[in-house]
Design a protein around this ligand. Sequence first.
Ligand code: NCD
Ligand code: ZN
Ligand code: ZN
Length: 428
Amino acid sequence: MAIWIINGNVWNDEAERLERKHIRVDGGIVTNIEDGETAPDTAGCEVIDAGGKLVSAGFIDMHVHLRDPGFEYKEDIASGTQSAARGGFTTIACMPNTRPVTDTPETVQYIKDKAKREGAVRVLPYAAITKNELGRELTDFAALKEAGAIGFTDDGVGVQNAQMMKDAMALARSLDMPIIAHCEDDSLVKGAAVTEGAFARKHGLKGIPNESEAIHVGRDILLAEATGVHYHVCHVSTEQSVRLIRLGKQLGIRVTAEVCPHHLVLSDEDIPGLDANWKMNPPLRTPRDVEAVIEALEDGTIDIIVTDHAPHSAEEKAKGMELAPFGIVGFETAFPLLYTKFVRTGRWSLGFLLRRMTADPARVFGLPSGKLAPGAPADLTIIDLEKERQVDPDTFASKGRNTPFAGWTLQGWPVLTMVDGAVVWSGI
Ligand SMILES: NC(=O)N[C@@H](CC(=O)O)C(=O)O
Ligand SMILES: [Zn+2]
Ligand SMILES: [Zn+2]
């Protein structure tokens, strides 16, 4: 049955404003977007009254951890995709640092099958660059592509050996596939948990220097130039990385990049104490780095926003700043956080934030979704831009509670998510 979403507010990119629209969805496709002044003929259709709330193309998150297979106590495909749906995400790309590592066609197939059966949203699997993410031997890229992997990455660890990365890029290029890089030089990190900066000094902790990220970014941009591959930089966190990506783009090298909400909103100076809910990789950097990544996102040096949703159990996070694993959850706070901190404050237009979470990731990764237009997939999110409430991790659909944003009052909460024309979550 066709569905009419009536009385939606839709962002008009040309006019830079919200406009009242009625949207008809049928067969998984947006079929009509009609002027909101006149009531549509909804006879024989299901009707969802958006009541003046924002209707946007569903968000796309190109960097998430679903922990399935192998770490289902942290998250699984059902809970992770429900969490994504609650955050307004309709397409997510999951990282291969699972157990086993997603380095064979069988594991890619397992993720696709389970996502089809139990997943609330579209799941696009990445496969590993090296077997078991050990950096020693390339995986079978052709077979993994054939199985449905959408790109190659050893996220969680950096590829330490330059020749290995160059070989990976050449092979990916020959298959027209992207390389997605977690940039981290192990020799410069050596077990540190937080960035070099005020927090590390105050607590007498060893710091993670900015160069540990940027040195890989620089190396890899040179290798991307040499091989011609599409090279995408994960979770950019430093001013130095931004400079290198900006130069790479100026030189016409095929480099794209992402940034996470927490690196846009928090610096190391915000960390309240030795609480591992503030520990993630890359770490929260200095205020100067935060401003650099914000400006990079604004000028297009950084292309997209991703959450790097990285759930861990309460027991693991209770081990403290130095011993707990890196990572925080992200789906259920991403939009309200950025809307509150950047749109409500007047720094960004609503349209800018929406583009960086929809059309831009679709453009960078060649996806059919990410736009709200007749003929586009009916992947939609409805958001109550007026709704204000506190972040309460106990209400998360994710199994992970590990967030630094607990108790924050945020505005602009998703209330309904539709994937392929079906409502997958509703809190209306
Ligand atoms: N970002 C994190 O802090 N952790 C990620 C790994 C990663 O994204 O590098 C995880 O898998 O937990
Ligand atoms: Zn990473
Ligand atoms: Zn990650």
